[in-house]
Design a protein around this ligand. Sequence first.
Ligand code: AMP
Length: 411
Amino acid sequence: MKFEQYNFIAPLKRNLQTLGFRKPTDIQFKAIPPTLKGEDVLAIAQTGTGKTAAYAIPTIQLLSTRSAQKEQYSTRCLVMVPTHELAIQVADVFKQLIAGIGLHVVGIYGGVEQDKQIALLKNGADVLVATPGRMFDLASQGYLNFKRVEILIIDEADHMLELGFINDMEQLIRRIPRDRQTLFFSATINEHIKDLAYGLVRHAVRIQISPKDPVSKNIDHSVAFIEMDDKRFFLERFINENPDSKILVFVRTKVRAERVLKALERVGIQSQTIHSGKDQKERSTIMDSFKSGKNRILIATDVSARGVDIPNVEFVINYDLPEVAENYVHRVGRTGRGNQRGKALSFCSTEEKEILTEIETYLSKPITVMTLSKGEYEITVDISEESEHDWKSLLDDHQAFKDKKKKKSKK
Ligand code: AMP
């Protein structure tokens, strides 16, 4: 079924068309009808499945067809998200889908001044996308109240718990009207999440997308056995073989990220790094430059692996395997977004084989192995630009220079 066959208001259909969304993704197909009926929804869906639009589309349809009851410093729909980046991204999706509909979307998050956000809330919002910290800050100052909330959306609930927001969420539940509609989204599920979810929803429709395989169907992912010291040569080769592609490279630590950047620099490849050693402003600039395609190679640690939607990432490279198996899913989920296809390749050294087994257990199936013949392996290391600049060749060059000089002086 295509979006044009849905009973949506005309401008919403038009906005979907403008965004290039022709037919719903799995999660949208399953979540939109019950949401439109006013039911609570509990969805287990990985990132990249189109989950933001799965709640944004029916929410906009509902809000635009009900008589508005906006109030100062209040909101009709509250979307709670764990991070600054996700708040900006989700607010953007709402803004794009809401164009020409006359609803007011506001995003609030920490790390920036609050005055502008307060001004945007002054006459009330239809949709407020918020991170817990800034949300409670404004509420305690009297610049936000939850009296008018008709729809509560919790996005990335699992990440919210990981970040320790459980008390904030419980506090929020007590302050929101009981007769609201609740849409609860999480990428993974465990006992804590179940407890939280069942405390929030009532007779919810449960939706689970590909429960057996947490990696989206759109992603071809494989692993290659490459020793730690050789990884940089393979990365260089991979980047050179895909000169027009956007590539996201994951490493384990910020020190490793900087090291890989330097290694690429030595062979003439420009890249950028993103990790917890950079402040929010720097991270936003770097993310924007990768999103726009100005920079096409981004080296990241796991902090930036969650939730963030970057258009057209063709490849994810796990330069190091993640220490936590679950992060594998979040990392490879940065490619193959929506209905697009994506590819992910992991470099696994002998030391990392144990982690690989853990990841495969988590996925309940083996990851396809990309076999590299011995010859192919050696050629990759040999053809590296770096092999001309390594210590051994520098010393050889130096020796050759000395030999030449000797010859000359003998003449
Ligand atoms: P999300 O899982 O919400 O982060 O969405 C992942 C990506 O899928 C985003 O880049 C969306 O723009 C894209 N997307 C969402 N829904 C659709 C759709 N129905 N058709 C095509 N792309 C979509």
